[in-house]
Design a protein around this ligand. Structure first.
Ligand SMILES: [Zn+2]
Length: 174
């Protein structure tokens, strides 16, 4: 297995926010994966699948059209646990450095009147969208980020010791 850090994220203590998940070097390029946590895991209701799908489309479209960020973005997509998103960017910026990008992306959802790419030709499940709930979650998270702009806890994960199985395998999840 690859190099393993000695800590993992304590999911019982996570609050919503913008967190570095991992930093990788591929060739000469450094890329950073961030977790964008929209709801508090196992405490608040997770985002419903249809709203998550809609947020994926809207925010990917926003980022791919942002002149400052479109060439930095490698990937934007939902977590399987439906509590947030992954974003992969070129470089090794701190979570604070992408605060404006994330806030702007979620704020942009409020003005949306349709879901881009929600046709059978462009989407694997084009009927599974919920723009109204996507707007609700986006506004809630944007308000939260605004209110907590000076709270360091929205930029740093709570750490715990990583689980290791009997045969030495390390356990990862999101
Ligand atoms: Zn889709």
């Amino acid at each position: 297995m690859d190099l393993i850090p000695s800590f993992s994220v304590d999911h019982t203590a996570i609050i919503p926010g913008i967190f570095t998940s991992r930093v990788d070097t591929i060739g000469k390029e450094i890329i950073t994966t961030y977790d964008i946590r929209v709801t508090k895991p196992n405490t608040e209701p997770a985002v419903d699948a249809a709203a998550m799908h809609t947020l994926e489309h809207l925010i990917a479209t926003y980022m791919r059209n942002d002149p400052e960020w479109k060439d930095e973005l490698i990937y934007w997509g939902p977590m399987g646990c439906l509590t947030g998103f992954y974003i992969i960017l070129k470089g090794d910026r701190s979570p604070r450095d992408i605060y404006d990008l994330i806030l702007g992306a979620f704020r942009s959802v409020e003005d949306s009147t349709e879901v881009p790419g929600a046709e059978a030709a462009n989407c694997g499940n084009y009927l599974m969208h919920n723009l109204a709930m996507a707007k609700w979650h986006a506004a809630r998270f944007a308000d939260y980020l605004t209110k907590n702009a000076d709270n360091p806890l929205i930029f740093e994960y709570p750490k715990t010791e990583r689980l290791v199985t009997d045969d030495g395998q390390h356990f990862y999840d999101s």
